[in-house]
Design a protein around this ligand. Structure first.
Ligand SMILES: [Zn+2]
Length: 64
């Protein structure tokens, strides 16, 4: 990979994740009306969280 391609990829990916940070995005679970959120932990480190409904059967199965 050339230096210009590598630099372009490094600048595009963080900007998309930065745009998602702090927003609630619908989806993430087929069993409930979950939403997803992105949190920036550090430079280049992001955490995607799926927030399930309290009555989600999938979540109930995982947390037993
Ligand atoms: Zn769910």
């Amino acid at each position: 990979m050339s230096n210009s391609r590598r630099l372009r990829r490094q600048t595009i990916v963080p900007s998309v994740l930065d745009q998602m940070t702090g927003h609630r995005m619908p989806g993430g679970c087929d069993d409930c009306s979950a939403f997803q959120s992105v949190e920036k932990q550090a430079n280049g480190v992001y955490v995607l969280t799926v927030n399930h409904d309290g009555c989600c059967p999938f979540l109930r199965g995982v947390t037993r």
